[in-house]
Design a protein around this ligand. Sequence first.
Ligand code: NAD
Length: 329
Amino acid sequence: MKLLVTGGAGFIGSEFVRQAVEKSLETVVVDKLTYAGDLERLSDIEDQIKFYKADITNREFIEHIFKTEKPDIVVHWAAESHVDRSILDASPFIDANVRGTQVLLDVSKENDINLFINIATDEVYGELGEDGQFYEDTPLIPNSPYSASKAAADMLGRAYHRTYGLPLITVRPSNNYGWWQYPEKLIPVVILKALNNEPIPVYGTGENIREWLFVSDCAEAVFKIIEKGKTGEIYNVGSGEERRNIDVVKSILNILGKPEDLITFVKDRLGHDFRYSLNTDKIEKEIGWKAKVRFEEGVEMTVKWYLDNMQWVDKKLKYLKNYWEKVYG
Ligand code: NAD
């Protein structure tokens, strides 16, 4: 079984590639290496994979890769992935997430692959209030340019299955965290700001709730879905570990022994979704998968990883200072 993994130099994609190598699966990684992609994430396994630096919107090159590699399974993680950046400029999100997905679907259809795993997100469902959950058949009502572009990609996948019979499964994971996450997302931002005793920006009043899924759990779920999932189906991948942003920040400060007065509330994100929560009965019953890592354990492992890998983070920080200024003011 040969895997073609898009976005394999990204945060979750690289964890998936590492697990594929551990399972001795032949793995081809296709990644454009945007600001968020980094081959350093794969440096310990670089001689065990094949890598193409390629933009998934480049049909000619993608066709060439498929003809050369003849993959059996495509696992499509590549995307512009950060909501705040999509609010600053939606264009790269339409290019990569919508057009890029369409190219991959077309080329997969023409090359008779056995399975296409289309990675979506819980954000396609829109937002919840204090109560309720998203089920796989909940209508999609995305609220940010990012989630709208992911919903378009999600629906394109569905359409290619229905129209052309492309063997495709849609996966909708909740908020991931863990090692190697680019320090623009909440948890690494808090760790790095706290370590430098800098004000920690928290949107609004910090009441927004996310469901935190440890990155290794997310990758494991996708392998289980490859093994046991049914084509044409959608699977939510959540952890049940819902936390308010403010409580996430306080947990990290507590682990680092830093004072809570570093917390600084900043102007809320435009269109900020209040809460996401996935119902995971389907994946538990049909696939036999359940998240293993509890939030308190995962956040400890994450903090430790950043402390041990500050040389990687330092390389990102120079560029990020300008970005943080733009987003948090
Ligand atoms: P990431 O931003 O860390 O990685 C994305 C990768 O895709 C990078 O390596 C980047 O170089 C690559 N890429 C971007 N545009 C490309 C293009 N045009 N051609 C080829 N490669 C390109 O993202 P992530 O957090 O690892 O997320 C991976 C996937 O999982 C995305 O599809 C995202 O929408 C989805 N997802 C993420 C989360 C989360 O919490 N991080 C939750 C649910 C779903």
